[in-house]
Design a protein around this ligand. Structure first.
Ligand code: GLA
Length: 752
């Protein structure tokens, strides 16, 4: 791993043997981007940016005669607005004289071991100094009024870079930032890419969308104050021929949970620019003399082994450099959550009965979801009243219930939604100015709730205190931290007019502050974040809470797409996924218990149903399934995840993925076929990354029960069968005899 600066060519090369990232200082100290991709040993800098004159491109002062150098065609590291580059900028600001033309030039740089944390923001980290190296380049606006530090960290053994920018007011008067992206990446070639992003909605998160980049600007963004159900703060560019296993992919995401914009632009010269960071829409940040604004961190991944290569790098990165604390490598318990089992309708007695049934069948952590505080018999009141336990439901309080659950040998968890305030709550009646709002406007409601103004220190202190009091009041092992609405009428009663454009950003910084204070006060508690399901599944929150409820949709068929899309960036260990009842509460579908199990156990496994209501035979099935999950848990939670068949492809009828143990000793294969077909085509499924010379024996083969009345239908249980590694990768396994809708298979192979 090495970052070097070559004095002769005035170029920077960051490499770790997997990737190279090359920049060069051009005439008059413009910082140009030259290359990001697979590691290169040599790079001819002289011809890398060779261009001839293009009419219509301005030249900077002093370069007008040669006519070939223009910011309009120069690939840049942190392009700014107003001095001849007309493409999307990374930086926009209004200076004290009202103008916004910015001309950034290199001043100095520094190279050091390790990776410093970002001020006030979550960021990736290394445990040892020699696991990463950092380069910081300082640029200054020619007026001297503003300077930018670009920070780049390269990690050992990962094709990943972390970047952010720190923008300082180095003048004497205030200035206003109106755009401060975390990264900009220029692709200096006229060949074309596909653009891959994710879209969705509540209960339908992270659908993969891939289309060819066209000329002009395209945005994937959020202005909802959160990462959002609608778009993910992820963007990839890839070669047209790239697929799950082959081809060049550039994947990018943010360690950030608020408004964002992922923008791409293809210029008239075929150059492509990608910027990613806080959304410039409605963003204004005042910088007084001497103040600095730090952008969220962007994570850049390069894979030449397709999307699986990208995801596997992201997954390792999340496990090693994002998730922290005692739960980083600890196995996560099997959850039984009361939400879909009882909603608001429970008592201590019914929850203890629910817990007994679930624990008997293998659950390890009982979670009491919404409805335990204030007068919360419906989702229309009491948010904020965390110190008022509903003693009608829980006569012995949270502690009484927690003790009873612990006596069953299980852990106990609780639901909270600390960022919110109900109009109908004691808290709002006492502090109506504590909700975000805009003067002379009525606040919009979503789920009959408002959002707390977490830009305010007093509000944050109150919430930290209230939640910590609850956590101290009882033996609580787990918290589900929810966030059920988007931000609207974003204004704060405490900030002056000039700073109202900062509130959406300050809200997110406030969320991080309260999460940091609460999670670090209770490091042993396992926190799971949630935001109406998967509205805030991002690396920012994962820095505080090591798992996220993936979606409110628990249907095993919908979940294939949701989990497949989520796995582009996030490892299965982080994805809460539970078996729920049939008919499913979101889509009304009946699916076999086995299919629900195979889908849910492909993530952070649990139940979202009353297991006591199952038949005796189904309960036996659940018992066997939880036992099998416990056996496979290290493989699923810490193994390498590979996508094999996409639910977004063709008729969306089949999905397959696999998990490989770190040491290669075991592999689990999951295959789903949604609608049965007559005279179905033969399906063979090839595994990947096995040892070609080794033999693998089938240890478990879970297949749907034959429903067909066809007397010739044969069972083909493979348990005990031996296959060659090369055979499994080249010829594959036959997936046959699917004669029912919504079928799923699980095959576990062990190297012998
Ligand atoms: C949100 C969550 C659900 C559940 C409810 C409780 O919708 O996503 O899982 O916790 O809130 O009100």
């Amino acid at each position: 791993m090495q970052i070097s600066f070559d004095e002769n060519t005035r170029s920077f090369h960051l490499t770790n043997g997997l990737i190279s990232y090359i920049m060069q200082l051009k005439a008059d100290n413009y910082l140009a981007h030259l290359y990001f991709g697979q590691a290169v040993e040599r790079f001819n800098l002289k011809y890398a940016l060779y261009v001839t004159e293009r009419e219509g491109c301005p030249q900077p002062d002093g370069m007008e005669e040669a006519r070939v150098f223009s910011l309009e065609t120069l690939p840049q590291e942190y392009p700014a607005q107003g001095c001849g580059d007309f493409r999307i900028p990374a930086l926009r600001a209004v200076l004290d004289n009202g103008t916004s033309a910015l001309d950034l030039r290199y001043v100095s740089h520094e190279i050091f071991s390790g990776k410093p944390a970002l001020q006030g923001l979550p960021s990736s980290y290394v445990k040892n100094e020699d696991d990463a190296q950092t380069l910081e380049i300082t640029l200054r606006e020619v007026s001297g009024k503003l300077s930018v530090v670009l920070s780049y960290t390269i990690f050992r053994n990962l094709p990943i870079l972390a970047r952010h920018a720190r923008i300082s007011n180095s003048g004497c008067n205030a200035l206003t930032l109106t755009q401060a992206a975390s990264m900009s990446l220029d692709f200096n070639a006229a060949y074309e890419y596909d653009r891959v992003s994710m879209y969705g909605a509540h209960a339908n998160e992270r659908n993969i969308e891939r289309r060819q980049l066209g000329h002009g600007i395209e945005h994937t963004s959020s202005v909802r104050g959160v990462t959002s159900h609608q778009h993910q703060n992820f963007i990839a560019l890839c070669e047209h021929q790239a697929d799950e296993h082959h081809g060049k992919v550039y994947g990018n995401t943010l360690v950030w949970s608020g408004n964002f914009d992922a923008a791409t632009e293809v210029s008239c010269y075929g150059q492509t620019r990608l910027t990613l960071g806080i959304n410039g829409e409605d963003f204004r940040w005042n910088l007084q003399a001497g103040e600095t604004f730090t952008t969220p961190e962007a994570i850049l991944c390069f894979s030449h082994q397709g999307f699986n290569g990208m995801s596997q790098a992201f997954h390792r990165f999340v496990r090693e450099h994002i998730i922290r604390g005692p739960w980083q490598y600890r196995e996560r318990p099997i959850v039984a959550n009361s939400w879909e089992a009882a909603y608001f309708n429970f008592t201590e007695e019914s929850i203890v009965r629910f817990a007994k049934d679930c624990v008997k069948l293998g659950a390890e952590l009982i979670v009491l979801d919404d409805g335990w505080f204030g007068k919360r018999d419906k989702d229309n009141c009491s948010l904020g009243d965390w110190l008022i336990t509903d003693t009608k439901k829980l006569p012995n309080g949270i502690k009484g219930l927690a003790d009873k659950i612990h006596a069953l040998g299980a852990k106990f968890g609780l639901w909270v939604e600390p960022e919110m305030i109900s109009p109908n709550s004691e808290l709002f009646r006492a502090h109506p100015d504590w909700a975000l709002g805009v003067p002379e406007h009525k606040r919009s409601q979503q789920r009959e709730q408002y959002v707390l103004d977490l830009s305010r220190q007093d509000v944050r202190d109150y919430i930290v205190d209230a939640i910590c009091t609850v956590l101290r009041s009882a033996p609580i092992d787990y918290i589900k931290w929810d966030m059920n609405r988007n931000l609207s009428e974003v204004g704060s009663a405490q900030f002056p007019a000039a700073q109202q454009g900062e509130i959406a950003t300050r809200f997110v910084l406030g969320v991080y502050d309260i999460m940091d204070r609460i999670t670090s006060a209770f490091p042993e508690i396992l926190f799971e974040s949630c935001a109406g399901g998967g509205k805030r599944f991002d690396l920012g929150i994962l820095c505080y809470m090591p798992q996220t409820w993936t979606s409110d949709n628990t249907d095993a068929i919908c979940r294939q797409k949701i989990q497949y899309g989520t796995s582009y960036v996030f490892p299965p260990l982080t994805m809460g996924s539970h078996v729920s009842a049939v008919p499913n509460h979101q889509v009304g579908r009946f699916t076999p218990l086995l299919t629900r199990f195979i889908c849910a156990m492909s993530g952070n496994f649990g139940y979202e149903m009353d297991l006591g209501k199952l038949s005796a035979q189904e309960q036996e099935e659940v018992k066997a399934q939880t036992a099998l999950y416990k056996e496979l848990r290290p493989l699923i939670q810490f193994g390498t995840f590979t996508r094999l068949m996409s639910p977004f492809a063709g008729t969306c009828n089949e999905t397959a993925w696999s998990f490989m143990a770190e040491d290669g000793s075991k592999v689990a294969l999951m295959y789903f076929k949604n609608l049965a077909e007559p005279s179905t085509k033969l399906r063979r499924l090839c595994l990947s990354d096995l040892d070609p010379q080794a033999c693998y024996q089938v240890r478990h083969h879970l297949i749907p029960k034959a429903l067909s009345v066809n007397p010739y239908a044969q069972d083909f249980n493979l348990e005990g069968e031996v296959f060659g590694g090369r055979e499994l990768m080249e010829y594959g396994l036959t997936m046959d005899r699917v004669d029912a809708d919504f079928a799923a298979y699980l095959i576990v192979l062990e190297k012998i």
